[in-house]
Design a protein around this ligand. Structure first.
Ligand SMILES: NC(=O)c1ccc[n+]([C@@H]2O[C@H](COP(=O)([O-])OP(=O)(O)OC[C@H]3O[C@@H](n4cnc5c(N)ncnc54)[C@H](OP(=O)(O)O)[C@@H]3O)[C@@H](O)[C@H]2O)c1
Length: 437
């Protein structure tokens, strides 16, 4: 049997401790699958005394993950610290430069420094595997990197943040407010104490930027993503969406258009009958559309110790099975130096259907004025309905418009015009409608 693969784990929190536990519990099975033993020979975290729920006494302890990355005791450096700078970045860089394979679950690091790190890995002839960085346990990276050769991707979109999907699912199922759902998500450990990163779309954007690069062969451009979170979604939106046959999801969407690549993260209305609309709670899903395959949808657990560990261990097993001297495939599906510059499509040119909810003074002429603003901007309406705002029938009305395909620029101009007309009593709500099968 080949020599054992020696693994160093940096970060022994939710994911790191799970990885160590599964490597121990499934050691015999992994040996059979990989044709060699996979053993943890080194670990690093901040607090050596903390009980990790798994016996790590046979592994060498390192206070400094950079030292561990360079140590002779390991063949693979597994980074599970997190963060786009600091010890995560310096240790991954050190490991690659020392010719060690790297496995990481760190989307923030890859979104910011992924291409530079890929260049080092490819120069050194080592693997940089990151399956757990996008959609946790769902094998989307492997699918896009290895199983789609020859396909041209036209669009990739998904539910990439379990916290947001949990909140939207409960808001719809139980009729409770965004704030109440968020508090529950925090109590149950689905949302961080500071949930901004999740609910304002940043976490989804990081994951989307990696998928975009794999889909379109472009350099990662995480700062060029149009982003709106879910904190403005109200019960009125959820109910209106339901009445119209839609469900609201926070989607990350990357799409090839005539003017460039659209990367956007925002609340989206998807048809209730579509497959992605059936993805509930903390579950994640990714849809990939290509010219040859058509549409593929992968769904499953997007976070949590065990689900994420499953992806990390799959990456480690791939390294254990790789043959010495074998030329590894490029990190982002194409050699890092050949990734094309990312050509951003302007959000104003985004084409699609729109849901617009307006709260207006209940007076004569308002309805006609709204319809005129739409017509002036060449927006054709699929439906327009008005009804009284709960309990305030005399003073205000809600007007809900659904447009046929139009552009973002036209919708913004029309809504600005309606706002200037002085008919609104509250901020207008605009939600994009996404085509989904
Ligand atoms: N949690 C999930 O469900 C999930 C899902 C997908 C991807 N991820 C990604 O996986 C990574 C880890 O997430 P996590 O949830 O496991 O985080 P976590 O529970 O906060 O664990 C972080 C670990 O890093 C260690 N650490 C922090 N600073 C360090 C340093 N300077 N040197 C050495 N170790 C250091 C901590 O040590 P101490 O324990 O001693 O403080 C802790 O063990 C992140 O990149 C995250 O985005 C997580």
């Amino acid at each position: 049997m080949a020599e054992a693969l020696r693994v160093g784990i940096a970060g022994l929190g939710t994911v790191g401790a799970s990885v160590a536990r599964v490597l121990r519990d499934k050691a015999a099975e992994l040996t059979r699958q990989c044709g060699r033993d996979v053993i943890v020979t080194a670990v690093s975290a901040r607090d050596q005394k903390r009980d990790r729920g798994v016996d790590l006494s046979s592994a060498k302890w390192f206070d400094d993950p950079v030292k561990m990355a360079q140590a002779a005791e390991i063949d693979v450096f597994v980074e599970l610290i997190g963060g786009d700078e600091g010890p995560a970045r310096s240790s991954v860089k050190a490991a690659l430069e020392a010719g060690r394979h790297v496995v990481t679950a760190n989307k923030a690091l890859l979104a910011k420094h992924g291409v530079a790190l890929a260049e080092i890995a490819e120069k050194k002839g080592v693997l940089l595997n990151y399956e757990a960085a996008v959609a946790g346990g769902i094998p989307v990276i492997k699918t896009m990197r290895e199983a789609m050769a020859g396909n041209s991707v036209t669009r990739v979109f998904g539910i990439l943040n379990g916290t947001c999907n949990y909140i939207l699912t409960r808001m719809e199922a139980e009729g409770i407010s965004f704030d109440a759902c968020l508090k529950d998500a925090q109590r149950l450990g689905y949302a961080e104490a500071d949930p901004t990163f999740d609910i304002e779309g940043q976490d989804t954007a990081h994951k989307l930027s990696i998928l975009t690069s794999l889909a379109f062969g472009t350099r990662i451009a995480a700062n060029d993503i149009y982003m709106e979170g879910i904190s403005n979604i109200t019960q009125a939106d959820i109910r209106a969406a339901g009445d119209l046959g839609y469900r609201i999801k926070l989607l990350g969407v990357a799409q090839r258009t005539e003017s460039g690549i659209e990367q956007r993260v925002h609340p989206t209305m998807v048809p209730t009958a579509s497959v992605i609309a059936q993805v509930h709670g903390v579950t994640n899903a990714v849809a990939i559309e290509t010219d040859i395959l058509g549409e593929l949808l992968l769904s499953g657990p997007g976070a949590g110790g065990n689900a994420t560990a499953s992806a990390v261990i799959g990456d480690i097993a791939d390294i254990a099975k790789s043959r010495p001297g074998f030329q590894h495939g490029p990190v982002f599906g194409r050699p890092a130096k050949e990734l094309k510059p990312y050509k951003k499509a302007q959000m104003r040119s985004h084409a699609g259907g729109y849901f617009i909810r307006l709260t207006v003074h209940d007076r004569i002429g308002v309805f006609a004025a709204i319809a005129k603003r739409m017509a002036d901007n060449d927006i054709s309406l699929e439906s327009i309905v008005q009804h009284a705002v709960n309990g305030e029938a005399a003073a205000q009305k809600t007007v809900i418009l659904v447009t046929h395909e139009t552009t973002e620029a036209a919708v913004r101009k029309a809504v600005d015009g309606i706002t200037k007309d002085g008919h609104l009593t509250d901020k207008p709500q605009v939600i994009r409608i996404e085509r989904a099968g």
